[in-house]
Design a protein around this ligand. Structure first.
Ligand code: HSE
Length: 456
């Protein structure tokens, strides 16, 4: 280190204890070791991993190369008075919650990549941290290496955020990209994704939208100054998507993406926020529609800045480590500051976080537009009856596509696919319309309904 850099460095090294020496833990260790000089010059102090806890101590020893104390018991890290920051990389809501609360109680700052834990137990954890005067940092919990938490919390702090919409689950984006590229069905691509390591052996949290909803919940809290409220999020995954709809969407100028969306609603008669995860048609011309494979991207619309877009790797050893270490540096810079002068974990001062000011709205109150696909009997008057029901509900139709028999995917004689794009309407109104349409004897299969976001 040169003299100028050395002169800017002060104090004793920050001592870090890692709980978990898996993919992310090994990345944190590797990046801290590789970039230690630059990180130290930025943080103003050295950041050292002093202890690593993992039930698999041989794995942990392989990660540290003998340069840190390895223990099997995570509580030995929490009990060590020399440890300043505990990095929780265990995952899940069970033991991770206990250990995080114990670390806070012991006066440790906490860095975590655990979106599930914070989305479900965040209020308890942030309150415990506030009471104890320690920081809980979680950049790695949302969109891996993309600094979206910092952007929302600090870079966009001047703005009244209007909406956030993101591709925040790489597994499902990989599956959707493959379905579109290769014209394959969900089940086939899921097996391929598991074989390639893009999907876990139990992919439920990813494919059912739960992981994305955890992340959307965290972004919603930071964007709008509300508590984390995962239990109020609408969650729909990609397991029901059919290759035919991806193809029809493409023909209409759209791609289907699993979006996590949170939106401020301040209509004359209704204030609140939408918080939802579901497959969405997105215009192909939008940059975010072209985010392919396991990549992540988040759009944020603020009143002053307009629309912004953040893109990068949402998972993986070193991308996630990049986010964890950024949190370590933030804590290293701020830990000696009066807690009231630190950046608040959820962007708003704790006293300003208010669930009642902007409640999470029921899904029936969501405003969006729709893609509908109806398998209908190919006979006179069917189109008129279908569009009549939609018009009677006050819903405006944007486009209609009818695929003739020889183009119907999985076609049987005398049937056709009717694809309708609507303009924006209330979800509750659309539910009523769908019930009426489904009751028509000429509608032969369950209607496919996919929401559509213009993201303009
Ligand atoms: N399983 C997640 C994804 C990565 O597929 O994006 C960690 O949240």
């Amino acid at each position: 280190m040169n003299a100028v850099v050395e002169a800017g460095v002060k104090g004793r090294a920050i001592q870090v204890g890692l709980l978990g020496a898996g993919t992310v833990g090994s990345g944190v260790y590797a990046v801290l070791a590789r970039n230690q000089s630059e990180i130290r010059a930025r943080a103003g102090v050295a950041i050292e991993i002093a202890m690593v806890a993992d039930l698999d101590t041989a794995r942990a020893s392989a990660v540290t190369g003998g340069k840190a104390q390895v223990v099997a018991d995570a509580r030995a890290v929490i009990a060590n008075p020399d440890i300043d920051i505990v990095v929780e990389l265990i995952g899940g809501y069970g033991i991770a919650r206990q250990l995080v609360l114990e670390a806070i109680a012991a006066g440790k700052h906490v860095v975590t990549a655990n979106k599930a834990l914070l989305a479900v137990h965040g209020s308890e954890i942030f309150e415990a941290a506030r009471a104890k005067g320690v920081m809980v940092a979680f950049e790695a919990a949302v969109a891996g290496g993309i600094p979206i938490i910092k952007s929302l919390r600090e870079g966009l702090t001047a703005n009244r955020i209007q909406w956030v919409a993101g591709i925040i689950n790489g597994t499902t984006n990989f599956i959707l990209s493959e379905m579109r590229d290769k014209g394959l069905d969900f089940d086939v691509v899921l097996k391929e994704a598991q074989r390639l390591g893009y999907a876990e052996a139990d992919p439920t949290f990813d494919i059912e939208g739960v992981d994305a909803a955890h992340k959307a919940t965290l972004m919603s809290a930071i964007a709008f100054g509300v508590p984390v409220q995962f239990d109020r999020a609408y969650v729909e995954g990609i397991t029901g998507l059919q290759a035919a709809d991806i193809r029809y969407a493409e023909q209409l100028g759209y791609r289907i993406k699993l979006l996590g969306i949170t939106r401020r609603r301040e209509d004359a008669s209704l204030q609140g926020i939408e918080l939802r995860v579901h497959p969405s048609l997105v215009p192909t011309k939008r940059l975010i529609a072209n985010v392919e494979g396991a990549m992540n991207a988040v759009m944020v619309h603020g009143d002053a800045v307009g629309t912004t877009l953040y893109y990068g790797k949402g998972a993986g050893s070193e991308p996630t480590a990049s986010a964890v270490i950024a949190d370590l540096v933030d804590i290293a810079r701020l830990h000696s500051a009066d807690p009231a002068h630190r950046v608040p974990s959820l962007a708003f001062q704790p006293a300003a976080i208010d669930a009642t000011r902007l409640a999470v709205l029921p899904m029936a109150d969501t405003l969006t537009s729709y893609y509908l696909r109806l398998r209908v009997a190919d006979e006179a008057g069917v189109l008129a009856r279908v569009t009549g029901i939609i018009a009677n509900a006050g819903i405006s139709i944007d486009a209609v596509l009818q695929r003739e028999a020889d183009q119907v995917v999985g076609e049987r004689g005398g049937q056709t696919d009717l694809i309708i794009l609507t303009h924006t309407t209330r979800e509750g109104t659309m539910n009523e319309v769908l019930a009426q349409l489904q009751a028509l004897s000429t509608v032969l299969l369950p209607i496919v309904r996919i929401r559509k976001e213009e993201l303009a």
